[in-house]
Ligand binder design. Sequence first.
Ligand SMILES: CC(C)=CCC/C(C)=C/CC/C(C)=C/CC/C(C)=C/[C@@H]1[C@@H](COP(=O)(O)OP(=O)(O)O)[C@]1(C)CC/C=C(\C)CC/C=C(\C)CCC=C(C)C
Length: 431
Amino acid sequence: MNMPHPEFDTSGGLPFACIAVPICLPTLYLWVVDELALGRGTWAIESGTKLGWCLWGSLELEEAVFFLTTNALIVFGLVAFDRNMAVLDTFPEMFPAAPEHMSFNSLMKVILIDPANYDMNRVRGIREAVNTLRKKSRSFYLASSVFPGRLRIDLVLLYSFCRVADDLVDESSTEAEARSWIRKLSGYTDRAYGATGEKSRSPADLASYAEKNFPIRVRSALTLLPSKHLPSGPLYKLLKGFEMDMAFTNGVFPIGNEADLQIYASRVASTVGELCLWLVFYHSSIKLPEDEKSRLRQAAITMGYALQYVNIARDIQVDAEMGRVYLPTDWLREEGLTPRDILDNPKQAKVETLRQKLLGLAFEEYQKSRPIMDLLPDEIRGPLIVAVESYMEIGRVLREKSSVPSKTKRGRATVPRSRRIWVAWKNLSTS
Ligand SMILES: CC(C)=CCC/C(C)=C/CC/C(C)=C/CC/C(C)=C/[C@@H]1[C@@H](COP(=O)(O)OP(=O)(O)O)[C@]1(C)CC/C=C(\C)CC/C=C(\C)CCC=C(C)C
């Protein structure tokens, strides 16, 4: 497990708790059983080979020191290995060979390279992205921990880019401000890909555009987007999805019917599914045939609908507070409601009926795409299923009318941590 990279923590050296606990706990255990064994005469140390000092009870000093030193050596050995793996995963430019083919030579290369050569901006950017993911999405944060190193880093960076772009637009106080962020994000994408789709600009050009146009807190999320491994189409389409959100600021409700809902979901979520899949295909050592890839792409699009519908079903109240109603207007009409009624009272009984209807649709889409995930390469199938299932679990919680879902400060239903861990465990062990 190579991330977050505490070993890169420039502020305080090695992470104390992560090292002290695995040394102290087993040492304590071994001291206790050794004391019992020595005390009961199960084994003994010959008198000529010891000082005769006991740490406590019958525990000889030599035994105590032996166990402590052995555990310390094992843990520091693992830390050194983990640190080298983290360096290999973090700097693909320096170490182009995939880390799963790590040889003695590549390990030596990592050991011999002066850390002053590390791109610390990348390290800091990755750390910021991990923090963003941890704070903003419990489901994807947990899921991210089971992906292999380089894919994990790229997914977290992709999340961070999408999150930052969404937040810039959502948190704008006026429509003009939101439009200007979309223009700038689009300008950034133009520069990352070039007008014709090929990657034309240097990292320095991109960094300078980000510096001129975006606040410092979001710059690394933009500049670290792994655009080399992603097509530009879904990114532009994602921006179009954010544009749809802006209609709400003019008092317009853009989701008139189920078709509009699907268009919206395809822009903000299916695009994300496609992008995730591009990273999977790039990082996987198993190269799939084109027809399987295209079935998987279609499934990722459909899974995007499912996740977005769960997201909307969860956030009806939070969205209403922002003046947004994603429930199709013609569904509302069937219940004798208008979007304004939802804004005025998002907790009314009929909303629950509509929430369940939307969840029904979400699970239909999920059922269509979930079996296709079996085509994914072995090493990635489990983690990607965990990502999808952790999010769908929010939908299951919302469907269990008997259970009262736990809620965050913003009033969103969440899945309790133990249940999330169970979902991850179950899906990893069965996929
Ligand atoms: C494991 C891991 C780190 C995954 C990262 C996935 C990722 C890059 C997510 C980006 C999310 C994001 C911020 C997108 C911006 C638009 C948006 C808000 C979309 C909604 C996400 C909800 O996130 P959250 O709850 O944090 O957002 P709000 O608080 O509401 O703002 C979405 C619901 C979209 C999520 C859609 C996906 C992750 C795509 C799912 C499909 C796959 C992973 C492909 C599966 C493959 C097959 C073959 C089926």
